[in-house]
Design a protein around this ligand. Structure first.
Ligand code: ADP
Ligand code: MG
Length: 311
């Protein structure tokens, strides 16, 4: 038997526990109500995942639930915001209860780990499309922006580069001797929430790596009206990614592949000593516009772009 809209909402979404003092009213009324503590601003972001665009048809629903929330929490992390609550808009071709059970499990497990309340949403029928709006708190005037990098800043990133891209290649048929870690990075990214919050007051500019380092760092460069030089030898590449490059010669993959959900940020040399976040220094911000790559002393322009819809 298939559930209709209201019993479905009732069954899957109304039993969440509210854990955040900012949630005055959660699911059940026409709107949720949030109370924002003095001295904070509300950071708001939304991200959609569409079947056959962002994920393969038949993708594991538990992983989809996790990833949908993770990519949204990653945007909050990039601003230094602490996540508090989310809304969830689901467009489903049909009501598949076992699919929904697994999806909600993946979603709510991650929500619980970061004390994020699910406070509302919408449920409609149509082609499988998953949308989250995420809200977070950031101390007033102190959010990490894309527009505030300065010439001379060191460029850092958390974690490793290109593992999610390798995971995608493996899904597409590339044979890796050690596929597990790369597949996990692609299927179950971990948002860098603590790192983002710890960068407030230290980083000048910050972005999360969703569409590839070259393209995402490019947004910082454009909005800050600066350029940069990346140091190829400094890039944090896993052994699996290094093997992939050796096998295929495709050295630009880690610079262009998306879905890593690490943070890329800039810090002045004076403040670099105060950095408490585990991160690798990968380059430097320069006043000359454009992005360059220093490959063992040979500096070349890097014109690769990240993924863009409609292009
Ligand atoms: P309305 O028609 O007033 O928009 P709905 O009937 O769509 O309200 O939803 C009833 C309640 O259930 C609302 O509080 C809404 O936020 C919540 N809700 C609906 N779908 C979801 C969902 N997928 N996840 C979380 N909450 C949901
Ligand atoms: Mg509605």
């Amino acid at each position: 038997m298939s559930l209709s809209e209201f019993p479905l909402i009732q069954r899957f979404f109304t039993k969440q526990r509210i854990t955040n003092p900012t949630t005055r009213l959660g699911i059940g009324d026409d709107c949720a109500l949030l109370s924002i503590p003095d001295g904070f601003e509300l950071a708001v972001t939304t991200d959609t995942m569409v079947e056959n665009v962002h994920f393969f048809a038949g993708a594991d629903p538990e992983q989809l639930g996790h990833k949908l929330l993770a990519v949204n929490l990653s945007d909050l992390a990039a601003m230094g915001a602490k996540p508090i609550s989310v809304t969830l808009a689901l467009t489903l071709p049909k009501v598949d209860e076992s699919w929904l059970t697994a999806f909600v499990h993946g979603f709510l497990n991650l929500a619980e780990r970061y004390s994020v309340d699910l406070i509302g949403g919408d449920t409609t029928s149509g082609p499988l499309t998953l949308t989250v709006q995420a809200m977070g708190l950031v101390p007033k005037g102190r959010a990490l922006l894309r527009s505030t990098a300065q010439p001379g800043d060191f460029i850092y990133m958390t974690g490793c580069l290109g593992d999610a891209g390798l995971g995608l290649k493996i899904h597409q048929g590339y044979h890796s001797a050690h596929p597990e870690a790369a597949l996990t990075r692609f299927n179950r990214p971990e948002p860098a929430c603590e790192a983002g919050q710890a960068l407030i007051g230290i980083a000048h500019a910050c972005i999360d790596l969703s569409d590839g380092l070259a393209g995402d760092l490019g947004h910082i460069l454009e909005q800050s009206q600066v350029g940069a030089c990346l140091d190829w030898d400094a890039l944090p590449l896993s052994q699996a990614v290094r093997s992939y490059i050796n096998d295929t010669g495709d050295w630009s993959m880690p610079l262009t592949a998306g879905d890593d959900y690490e943070l890329c940020f800039t810090v002045s040399p004076e403040q670099a000593a105060q950095l408490t976040v585990a991160a690798t220094k990968i380059g430097i911000i320069e006043s000359q516009p454009g992005l360059r790559l220093n490959k063992s002393g040979n500096i070349q322009p890097l014109e690769v772009k990240g993924f863009e819809h409609f292009s």
